[in-house]
Design a protein around this ligand. Structure first.
Ligand SMILES: Nc1ncnc2c1ncn2[C@@H]1O[C@H](COP(=O)(O)OP(=O)(O)OP(=O)(O)O)[C@@H](O)[C@H]1O
Ligand SMILES: [Mg+2]
Length: 296
């Protein structure tokens, strides 16, 4: 049973269609990234599945409706930085969130350690850096040990060090077995943190799958020989070459991802082609992302 099933969600703001027939399935243990440029509908999606926004069409269901209309206890989420109180310390602020959630009193040491705020737990919130504030917000989502945690642009506004720290925390949260859903416009972040990705643009789903499968859906190989024409002819006849792109100093081929360069090199050699240049590379999500988001 999926943790979250989203079926054909559509949301319009006047003339703007913020989400167009969006469908996604998130399974337990996924670290799921919704990746898309600004204005693509990420926050709108999260708002709807958290019940903060109403959709115009479509539906979604949490945990196969096991918890009925009230699954929120199993979901830890913060859409925007919560209104923590400047004059209270970390644990006191978390305790306010706990009360709002209607949960029994608890000790926050573990959460504060997970988000690297244990040493600063006695400092007042107003003395926190932006990164610390963001980490406290992540800590707040962990109150009550929900099965799922949701983050919208968790590293927004942070410096590289702060970004790295938050990413490590997210990875730790994920490896503790929680299902994580996060929205991001940063490809690198999704690539580093997530197991699965949905790429959206203008409210449309463009691609979805494991980060690995999208990452390595095609492999490209650059090749060159002193006899370029013969090389091209042999490549054209090879069953594992899907497409050939011309470059000034080499030919680039899209090939099956299972092909290894030794096999390719041997094959060409058998056909009498001696390579002077051979570079293979897996297609990076970045190229895929740019390609997908620019062409549709
Ligand atoms: N309250 C609103 N009223 C009118 N239009 C809105 C409203 N909220 C969002 N939109 C529009 O809906 C579209 C999707 O917005 P959304 O905030 O979901 O995108 P996003 O992917 O989260 O973007 P960002 O990366 O900038 O956070 C945008 O065109 C946005 O302008
Ligand atoms: Mg947003």
């Amino acid at each position: 049973m999926p943790v979250l099933e989203i079926n054909n969600l559509t949301k319009r703001y006047g003339k703007i269609t913020a989400l167009n027939n969006l469908s996604l399935t998130i399974e337990a243990g996924h670290v799921y990234g919704i990746l898309g440029p600004n204005g693509s509908g990420k926050t709108t999606t999260l708002g709807i599945i958290l019940g903060v926004l109403a959709q115009d069409d479509g539906s979604f269901s949490w945990f196969g409706d096991k918890y009925g209309a009230n699954p929120r206890k199993e979901i830890g989420a913060i859409l925007e930085t919560p209104n923590f109180y400047p004059y209270l310390n970390a644990a006191e602020n978390l305790d306010i969130v706990r009360v709002i959630k209607g949960l029994p009193p608890q000790n926050y040491d573990e959460i504060l350690k997970i988000v690297n705020l244990y040493e600063r737990r006695k400092s007042k919130f107003r003395t926190y850096s932006l990164g610390m504030k963001q980490r406290l917000a992540i800590g707040a989502t962990l109150i009550g040990s929900p099965q799922v945690v949701i983050f919208d642009e968790p590293t927004n506004g942070l410096d590289p060090e702060g970004i790295a720290e938050v990413r490590t925390i997210l990875q730790n949260v994920a490896s503790s077995g929680k299902t994580v859903l996060m929205a991001s416009h940063i490809l690198d972040e999704v690539e580093k943190v997530c197991s699965h990705v949905a790429i959206i643009k203008n409210g449309n789903l463009l691609a979805t799958g494991t980060v690995g499968s999208i990452l390595s859906s095609d492999m490209t190989v650059e090749v060159m020989s002193t006899d370029a024409e013969k090389l091209r002819n042999v490549l054209q006849e090879s069953s594992f070459v899907k497409k050939i792109y011309d470059h000034k100093d080499f030919l680039e081929c899209a090939v099956d991802q299972s092909l290894d360069t030794a096999t390719l090199s041997q094959h060409l050699h058998d056909k009498g082609v001696i390579l002077t240049h051979l570079v293979s590379r897996k297609k990076r999500l970045e190229e895929e992302f740019l390609e997908i988001t620019q062409t549709k």
